[in-house]
Design a protein around this ligand. Structure first.
Ligand SMILES: [Cu+2]
Length: 150
């Protein structure tokens, strides 16, 4: 291969890397926590929820277009501008399609995560579940932790 072909390829590779770098730097979704501890969760009290605050710290709109959770006991929705989005659960059980929401630069939205302790009635003790949030600024994950009691 000729030397200037190498040079061109190097310049191209650097240009592509630069585009990805700036695309990422220009839109970042910050979360107030990556893990929330829900403490003791009683089966007698049924479904409970906890909120994460998401802030667009970048300078471009962030589009969230789906979520998925690690278990059917756990669902998640985005509340943006007072509007509640659909609840997402495990992908394999079928999730809503065609939904998206936009967080403008400097804007915030709530990620509400629900846990249903009666989805597995025999389970007692520590539980960790993961929620994945798919956005135009990449995929982010949060966790809930709890201790399931009767
Ligand atoms: Cu579960």
């Amino acid at each position: 291969m000729k030397k200037n072909t190498y040079t061109r390829m190097l310049v191209l590779a650097l240009a592509i890397a630069g585009i990805f770098y700036f695309a990422k730097a220009g839109s970042s979704l910050a979360l107030d926590a990556t893990v929330k501890d829900m403490g003791d969760v009683s089966q007698a009290n049924g479904i409970i929820s906890t909120d994460f605050l998401m802030t667009n710290k970048g300078n471009k709109d962030i589009v969230i277009n789906r979520m998925s959770t690690s278990c059917m006991c756990t669902t998640a929705q985005v509340i943006n501008g007072g509007k509640e989005g659909p609840k997402y659960g495990m992908d394999m059980h079928g999730n809503p399609k065609g939904w998206s929401t936009v967080i403008a630069p400097g804007g915030t939205a709530t990620l509400r995560v629900f846990y249903d302790p009666n989805m597995h009635k025999d389970l007692k003790g520590p539980v960790t579940r993961v929620v994945s949030i798919f956005t135009s600024a990449g995929t982010q994950t949060v966790k809930i932790k709890l201790n399931q009691v009767p």
